[in-house]
Design a protein around this ligand. Structure first.
Ligand code: GLU
Length: 282
């Protein structure tokens, strides 16, 4: 079976250790399977895009020897694809005029039978059904979208396409077969499966890696002031250890190509800790 994986960072700031873990895990899963590894810049939400962040991310990946296949794809240049997909969803979707303040918690489908004012967003209907999948690391995961999530937004009130739609369209259009990413996205997956079904797309295999958390148990992110990484072997070594691969100490002194040779030859997804979060004290 061919394996097409991807790393899909949002260019909201420099890469931190948590993003390096996601990049490393998805790259190794692809390379160990003799497959392809794509890089996609998820800048669909242009309001959150930090100037220069995308080129800096790509520069760090290059310095770390994380060579991607093909051209880097930018979501901001692909809104046409998202619009076409949204149109093809037809009756699965409806315009919604509810404001954020009117919606508390799970959206109960207030506008399902017609928006009551100026439409602000477009939502997709969900069903009262269990959507389950077998995650390659976390095991079985299931959600009832109607009860746990509600009809969700595909086109936002501010005019941007939602992450859930863009990611599903891109993974399909790019031929992605294996999605390896952080476990913070585990509970987005049933929404993405719902979209794939409605659009007639195949569902890729999913494996959700543990995410790195700081000493307060918060996921490393720009919001939690995670520090940018130093693009050299030590951060890769640390990511490999985080992913349960037990790299030998000598690897810390290896050059980048030798590091990757060892990491690819020894990659074992079974060794990745089957947990959603790991606290890091560095
Ligand atoms: N762009 C998302 C992020 O940076 C990742 C999306 C994905 O891997 O599906 O968190």
């Amino acid at each position: 079976m061919t394996h097409v994986g991807r790393f899909a960072p949002s260019p909201t700031g420099p890469l931190h250790f948590g993003s390096i873990v996601a990049a490393t895990g998805s790259l190794l899963a692809a390379r160990a399977a003799g497959g392809k590894w794509l890089v996609r810049i998820e800048d669909v939400d242009e309001a959150r895009t930090a100037p220069g962040a995308a080129s800096e991310i790509l520069h760090v990946l290059e310095k770390l020897g994380m060579a991607w296949d093909g051209e880097v794809v930018f979501q901001s240049a692909r809104t046409r694809l998202y619009r076409d997909a949204l149109e093809s969803l037809g009756n699965f979707t409806y315009p919604c005029s509810c404001s954020r303040r009117e919606i508390e918690g799970i959206y109960r489908g207030t506008c399902r039978n017609g928006a009551r004012g100026e439409a602000r967003a477009i939502r997709i209907r969900v069903e009262n059904e269990r959507i389950a999948f077998l995650d390659g690391i976390q095991g079985e995961f299931a959600q009832n979208l109607e009860r746990e999530v509600g009809d969700f937004v595909l086109l936002r009130a501010d005019g941007y396409f939602a992450y859930q739609l863009a990611v599903v369209v891109d993974d399909e259009e790019q031929g992605v077969t294996h999605v390896v990413r952080g476990a913070d996205l585990l509970d987005s997956t049933p929404r993405q499966i719902r979209l794939q079904k409605c659009l007639g797309f195949d569902t890729p295999a999913y494996a959700h890696l543990p995410v790195a958390a700081n000493e307060h148990g918060e996921k490393l992110s720009k919001q939690t002031q995670a520090s940018p990484v130093e693009p050299a072997v030590p951060v890769l070594f640390r990511a490999l250890g985080f992913l349960g691969q037990n790299p030998p100490d000598e690897l810390l002194d290896a050059d980048i190509p030798s590091f990757w040779n060892w990491a690819i030859a020894n990659w074992d997804m079974e060794k990745v800790p089957k947990t959603k979060m790991i606290q890091e004290n560095a």
